[in-house]
Ligand binder design. Sequence first.
Ligand SMILES: [Zn+2]
Length: 119
Amino acid sequence: MHEIGTLYKVVQTAEEYAAQNNATEVLSITLDVGELSGMLPYFFESYYPIVIENHPMLRNSRLILKTTPGIGHCNACGENYNVAQNEGICPHCGSYDKRILTGRSLFIKDICIAMEEAS
Ligand SMILES: [Zn+2]
């Protein structure tokens, strides 16, 4: 279960970012989950409310999930294709030999914070 550990790190990062910017709270975190990252967006959704329980800055925040498709470049015929949809086999020539171009990583795309009103 990598998702929960990852989620703790994401929440910690958002909290640090909010503190550095004198924010009153975190409104939302946008997470980009690569199709080939081995992480399931479903788990992030289910665990998020539990993970933020002890983080007052994130109490009202929302987790927004985006996915980046896993695209591979076939080394045999030179075509690009969706790796997950084709189970790792090039639909053009049937080769397994490929280089992954996108979708292997997971990253924080955006953190939205609320600022204190200037008085
Ligand atoms: Zn091919």
